[in-house]
Structure formats: structure tokens, C-alpha cells
Design a protein around this ligand. Structure first.
Ligand SMILES: Cc1cc2nc3c(=O)[nH]c(=O)nc-3n(C[C@H](O)[C@H](O)[C@H](O)COP(=O)(O)O)c2cc1C
Ligand SMILES: [Fe+2]
Ligand SMILES: [Fe+2]
Length: 407
């Protein structure tokens, strides 16, 4: 666990977590940080207190002591969001101290009592404040459904610091550099990519609420954004706000100027056309990613499709339906509410096909509104005339996705 000073009386405690499935699903290839913040006036508040994923709150207590804070002197636990990655230590804290107050929204209060049996709770509403003394005043601003219904921002008035919880967060382990002004250009790129991974994996379903939370952030004068995961932005907090605004657009069909080929093939027939498509994309100078299902992780698949303006689905018919790993990927994208992508599908069949029908069913069931170029189906191996049709489809896709490019 690292301890960093953000301002007089404001500290960040952060730790890298690796080798877990985030939310029990997402492989976090590059780890994630869990950040917690301490604000000291005459009274002391801890915001989103973390324990190690090892479940040892003693690590936190020891680190608090090292920055001169006796854990027993903590007066308030601000729970911006009840998800246990932020609040999982409350139960343990109760064992070492009895007279503290949990500060959270009404919806979080219900969760805090049902998960931890807590009752020392002060419910806050939009604009409520908590004066900690020595100039430190916290105000609270609910941002429901980012990511759970209970979430809120906490804002410190003197330093104009926004403790934004999951909002403005990113995956990715942090090395020595935890503030935006310390990050090297490579680290900036790393956290931007990890921001896309985080947003697509964890937040995409809640895009309409994220948009409202962005608007709420704009009503506050912000000098520092201190999220629950990822770096702290003190040089240019507007950057992460603009990034998140862009991510909301990716969820609604925009993307980087690149194509993602989401593909699978049993005996290599569809794969032959994939190889041909690659040669076309190379000839046209279009950047592309290839995701072979089911070999790709769910996390990588969702993040890569999410960030691309054009999607090529290449998959054959399997038992009257779409090749199952590709169908599963599309269903997952539908559940994540990744809508409006510009797309093109082709694939091989043996006798009567069926893949195309299921593709349409998946799109409709999930209300995905993807904008498709006409699909190409071919019997067995792709013949010359099939490849000509595939090429035409790819060229049309490239043209069509042009007005969805946002970088
Ligand atoms: C397990 C299995 C199920 C299949 N089910 C169908 C089917 O329902 N309808 C059909 O037209 N072809 C079906 N086929 C034939 C494939 O679609 C055909 O072999 C196609 O060329 C496979 O393309 P690929 O080599 O890219 O996987 C099936 C093949 C396999 C191995
Ligand atoms: Fe969360
Ligand atoms: Fe979180």
C-alpha cells in the first residue's frame, strides 16, 4: 500500500490488486488499484476505505499509523458506493472502534445495513455538508447508477477535490507515478487504454447515468479528481472528464478509427475469408484488431469492440445458429449496452445456414441497433465471387464507419 499526500490534511492510500477476477468475471490483465482517501480537519474522515484484497484491514491500519493517523481517531467513514471493493472493511473496523458514523446516500444505507449490519449511519442528500474543522468541508452529491444505485461524489471545498469513486476510474496497476503530472507519455497511453477497459467492462451498462454524472461534475469547480481506481488528476482534471465523455460515445456506436474482427471458425473456411479481409484492410491502410473467439478473454473482447468504430463479425453456422462463442460475445456486448456500432458479417455454412438469423435475433433481443452492411454467406470454402462480395462489404464498412470516428 502506498501513501501519498494530495494536499495538507488530504492523503491517498492506494494498493495494486492483481490475479483476481474483478467482479468475479473480468480478467484484469494489467491489474487495478483500489484507492482510499483520508481528509483531516479537527475530525477525520476516510473516504472509500480499502482493505487489501487479502482481506487484511490491519494493512490499512498500519498504513494510517505511518501517516500519523490513529485508526481509532477516525470519526467518519464516507461510503461513496457500497460495493465491497470500497467498503468491505467496515465490519472489521467496528471491532476496533465503536463510535464512528457512516456517511452515505439513502440507497447505500440500506445496503450497508443488509451487508454489514451497520446502523450508525448518517444519510446525506444532494448538497449536504460535513464540516471537519480547520477549513475542511465535505459536500455530497449523489450520482445514482454509477455504478450501483447508491453512488455519490464527495467534494472537498477548500482544495476543490472531487472524490469520484468509480466515476473517472481506470484499471491498471500503478507504479511510482500516481498523479497525472508524473505520468510518462507511455503511462498516459496505458491509463487511457485501461480507462477504456474499465469503462467497457464495468461502466458501459450505465452510460445514461454516466452522462448525468459528467454534467454534475461540470457544476463543481474542480482542481483535483481523486477516483477509487487509477491515477489522481491534479494537473488537468478536465482530461479525464473529456475521456469519459468520449467513452459514453463509444458505448453508443462511435469509436477509434479502427476495425475489430470478431471471429471464429471450426474448420478454417470462414478463416480463409478473414485472411483475405486482413489483406484488404492492410491495402486500405486501416488499423485493425483480431479477436478469435473463444480464445480471447471476455474483458479484452468487450474493451476492443467497444473502442472500435467498425466491427467485422466473421462466424459460420453451427447447429442452425451462429457459431456459439461469437454469439456469446455478441450477447455480452448487448448486455453491456454497446449499441449503434457499424458492422459487417460474413461466414461459411454447410447446408442450410442459420447464423444470420441468430445474429438478427441477438441484435433485436438486446436492442443493439448496430448498423449493418449487407452480410455475405458462402457455402463451404469461399470462392472468388464470395471474396469479391466480402471485399465490397469491407469497403462499404470502412466508408460507413467514417462518420463514427471519434479519437
Ligand atoms: C458441429 C457443426 C454443426 C454445424 N451445423 C450446421 C448447420 O446447422 N447448418 C449449416 O448450414 N451448416 C452447419 N455446419 C456446417 C458448417 O457451417 C460448415 O462446415 C462451415 O464451412 C464451417 O465453417 P468454418 O470452417 O469456418 O467453421 C455445421 C458444422 C459443424 C462442425
Ligand atoms: Fe463499483
Ligand atoms: Fe469500484
Amino acid at each position: 500500500m502506498k501513501k501519498l499526500k494530495i494536499a495538507d490534511g488530504i492523503y491517498m492510500l492506494t494498493m495494486n490488486v492483481e490475479d483476481i477476477l474483478f467482479e468475479g468475471i473480468w480478467e484484469i490483465a494489467n491489474g487495478v488499484t483500489i484507492n482510499s482517501y483520508l481528509v483531516q480537519g479537527e475530525k477525520t474522515a476516510i473516504i472509500d476505505g480499502v482493505i487489501g484484497w487479502d482481506g487484511i484491514p490491519e494493512t490499512l491500519y498500519q498504513n494510517l499509523e505511518e501517516i500519523g493517523v490513529d485508526p481509532k481517531k477516525i470519526d467518519y467513514l464516507v461510503v461513496n458506493h457500497m460495493e465491497p471493493d470500497h467498503s468491505g472493511w467496515i465490519e472489521n473496523f467496528r471491532k476496533i472502534k465503536d463510535d464512528f458514523t457512516v456517511i452515505c446516500t439513502e440507497k447505500a444505507a440500506k445496503l450497508v445495513s443488509s451487508f454489514y449490519g451497520e446502523d450508525g449511519i448518517r444519510i446525506v442528500q444532494e448538497g449536504d455538508t460535513l464540516d471537519l474543522g480547520r477549513g475542511k468541508v465535505l459536500s455530497f452529491h449523489p450520482v445514482p447508477n454509477v455504478h450501483w444505485p447508491d453512488t455519490m461524489y464527495t467534494y472537498e471545498r477548500e482544495t476543490k477535490t472531487l472524490f469520484s469513486c468509480d466515476m473517472f476510474g481506470a484499471f491498471g496497476r500503478m507504479g511510482e507515478h500516481c498523479f497525472d503530472d508524473e505520468l510518462t507519455p507511455e503511462e498516459m497511453d496505458f491509463f487511457e487504454a485501461e480507462g477504456i477497459r474499465y469503462y467497457s467492462n464495468v461502466m458501459a451498462t450505465f452510460t445514461p447515468s454516466v452522462k448525468k454524472a459528467i454534467e454534475k461534475a461540470k457544476t463543481l469547480e474542480i482542481k483535483v479528481i481523486a477516483p477509487g481506481h487509477g491515477p489522481v488528476y491534479r494537473k488537468n482534471p478536465q482530461k479525464i472528464i473529456a475521456d469519459y465523455a468520449r467513452f459514453t460515445r463509444y458505448a453508443e456506436g462511435a469509436g477509434k478509427k479502427e476495425v475489430t474482427i470478431l471471429w471464429g471458425s471450426m474448420y478454417g473456411m470462414t478463416a480463409k475469408a478473414v485472411a483475405y479481409v486482413e489483406s484488404i484492410l492492410q491495402r486500405e491502410g486501416v488499423r485493425y484488431n483480431k479477436l478469435e473467439m473463444p480464445l480471447e478473454s471476455e474483458s479484452e473482447m468487450v474493451a476492443t469492440v467497444f473502442g472500435s468504430a467498425g466491427i467485422i463479425i466473421a462466424a459460420p453456422t453451427y447447429e442452425y445458429k451462429l457459431f456459439p462463442p461469437v454469439a456469446a460475445a455478441l450477447n455480452e456486448l448487448g448486455r453491456k449496452r454497446i449499441t449503434g456500432k457499424t458492422a459487417f458479417r460474413f461466414g461459411s455454412y454447410g447446408w442450410s445456414g442459420g447464423a444470420e438469423k441468430e445474429l438478427q435475433e441477438i441484435m433485436e433481443r438486446n436492442n443493439m441497433k448496430w448498423d449493418f452492411v449487407e452480410s455475405v454467406e458462402f457455402e463451404g470454402a469461399p470462392k472468388k465471387e464470395d471474396l469479391i462480395k466480402v471485399e465490397a462489404g469491407v469497403l462499404e464498412l470502412i466508408k460507413k464507419m467514417g462518420n463514427k470516428v471519434v479519437e
